[in-house]
Ligand binder design. Structure first.
Ligand SMILES: [Zn+2]
Length: 284
């Protein structure tokens, strides 16, 4: 036996204990231990201590893994929290933008003009001129009786505090209103009532319009006063109005929109002959 054999056998001992040696190397170590008491003693000592070291290592490694897992879990939660917070902030911003888009304010009076014209068949034609600018929101008409009992009509345009979508109004538009000029030359708002039995429109109550104002109760300019003579609408303006308003507006009395009458028809929204389908034969 050579001195070198001891060195080699001792080097291989840990691997022998962990059963990591080839059969040949294993035989070499076993034979050497059997023949060399100092190496046998060292091998015994290694056998006693190595597994403990390994266990300790494993324990360390296990607690490291646990710490790592805990860390990853914390990171995952943190990431989820960031995502949730981000989503919440996005939702709040969206809600705020939607609110700003929904809340309307009147368009300033100097941003647009409205001229009122009369048609040959006694309708009122409104020309809304937005000075070559498009705004969001919508134009609207509302009437009401003031303290003196005068029926006043307001024409106005409301824009969103913040415009999100496209700009809806044309820079200029022509609109036939439901107000009509009657024989006395004054403008009236009529509640037209459609009678299914006879298939005809009748005026209900007619209210004389004392003033038409552009703007709001607080800030307005007067466009028309009872007694004023309105200028006649031009053919081009009438054509434009009929293009933009192909159907009569929906009302409680007129739940199914009906086509506009031909220009020479005296009744503003009289239906064509074939329109009333719901009709029952007259009771007589
Ligand atoms: Zn030896």
């Amino acid at each position: 036996m050579q001195r070198n054999d001891c060195k080699l056998a001792q080097d291989l001992m840990p691997l022998r204990i962990e059963e990591l040696l080839s059969e040949e190397s294993k035989a070499f170590v076993d034979e050497h231990i059997a023949a060399c008491p100092p190496c046998a003693q060292m091998y015994g000592y290694m056998q006693a201590t190595l597994p403990k070291e390994k266990e300790a290592q494993q324990r360390e490694s296990a607690s490291f893994k646990a710490a790592m897992a805990q860390f990853q879990k914390t990171m995952a939660w943190r990431r989820i929290r960031y995502i949730l917070t981000g989503l919440l902030i996005a939702a709040l911003i969206l809600a705020l933008l939607t609110a700003l888009n929904t809340i309307r304010k009147p368009l300033a009076l100097d941003k647009f003009d409205i001229s009122l014209k009369r048609t040959q068949d006694g309708q009122l034609l409104e020309v809304w001129d937005y000075h070559n600018t498009s705004y969001g929101g919508n134009s609207y008409t509302h009437g009401g009786t003031d303290k003196e009992g005068n029926y006043i009509v307001y024409l106005n345009h409301e824009v969103p505090l913040l415009q999100l979508g496209g700009y809806t109004n044309a820079a200029k538009h022509y609109q036939l209103s439901s107000f009509s000029l009657q024989d006395d030359g004054n403008l009236y708002e009529s509640d037209l009532v459609f009678h299914y039995a006879s298939g005809s429109w009748d005026s209900g109550t007619s209210t004389q319009i004392m003033e038409i104002r552009q703007g709001t109760e607080k800030d307005y300019k007067v466009l028309y006063r009872a007694g004023d003579t309105l200028p006649a609408a031009e053919q081009m303006e009438l054509d434009a109005a009929r293009r933009y308003l192909p159907y009569a507006p929906l009302t409680a009395e007129n739940p199914a929109a009906t086509p506009l009458p031909p220009a020479d028809n005296a009744m503003p929204f009289a239906p064509k002959q074939e329109t009333p389908v719901l009709t029952a034969a007259p009771a007589n």
